[in-house]
Write a new protein. Structure first.
Length: 153
C-alpha cells in the first residue's frame, strides 16, 4: 500500500521553496502524489521554466523601443525563442519589419577589379584543396566517351 502524505509537512516544505521532486524525496512518496496534493489544496503548479532576469515592464519598454530581439533576450538571460514566447504571452505589439538597405550605387571599376582578384584567389585555393584524381588521361577518355566521370551514369 502506498504511503500517505503528511499534508502539513508537504505544505511547509513547499512554502520553503522546495520542488515537487525534493518534497517527494523527503516525504518518501512519489512526485505525482505531491502534485495531486497541491491540486487538492488549490495551489498552482510551479513552472520549472527559466524566468527572465528583466521585469515584464522592462521587457515591454525595450520591445517598444525596437531594441533587437536577440539583445533583449541576452539581457534577460533567455533564448530568442523564449523571448518570442514571452512576447506572445505578454501580448506585445507586432514590430515593423526591418528591410535591409540595398546599395543602389554601382561599384567603381577599382572595386570590380578588387572583387575579381579576391574571387579568383578563392577559386584557385578551392581547386588546390580538391582531390587531384582527374588526370589528363582520364579527362581525354571522358571526352572520347571511353569512360564517364565518377557520379555520372
Amino acid at each position: 500500500m502506498a504511503k500517505r502524505i503528511d499534508y502539513d509537512a508537504m505544505l511547509a516544505l513547499r512554502s520553503e521553496g522546495l520542488t515537487a521532486s525534493q518534497i517527494a524525496e523527503r516525504l518518501g512518496c512519489s512526485e505525482d502524489s505531491v502534485h495531486r496534493a497541491t491540486r487538492k489544496f488549490g495551489l498552482e503548479r510551479r513552472s520549472s521554466g527559466k524566468r527572465p532576469k528583466l521585469s515584464p515592464a522592462e521587457i515591454h519598454r525595450l520591445w517598444v523601443e525596437l531594441v533587437p530581439t536577440q539583445e533583449i533576450a541576452d539581457r534577460a538571460g533567455i533564448s530568442i525563442g523564449t523571448m518570442y514566447s514571452y512576447a506572445k504571452s505578454m501580448h506585445l505589439p507586432k514590430r515593423p519589419k526591418v528591410e535591409k538597405q540595398r546599395s543602389t550605387l554601382d561599384p567603381s571599376p577599382d572595386e570590380i577589379e578588387r572583387l575579381k582578384a579576391v574571387l579568383k584567389e578563392q577559386h584557385i585555393q578551392k581547386r588546390i584543396a580538391e582531390d587531384v584524381t582527374n588526370t589528363q588521361s582520364k579527362v581525354s577518355k571522358w571526352r572520347n566517351g571511353i569512360c564517364s566521370p565518377r557520379g555520372v551514369a
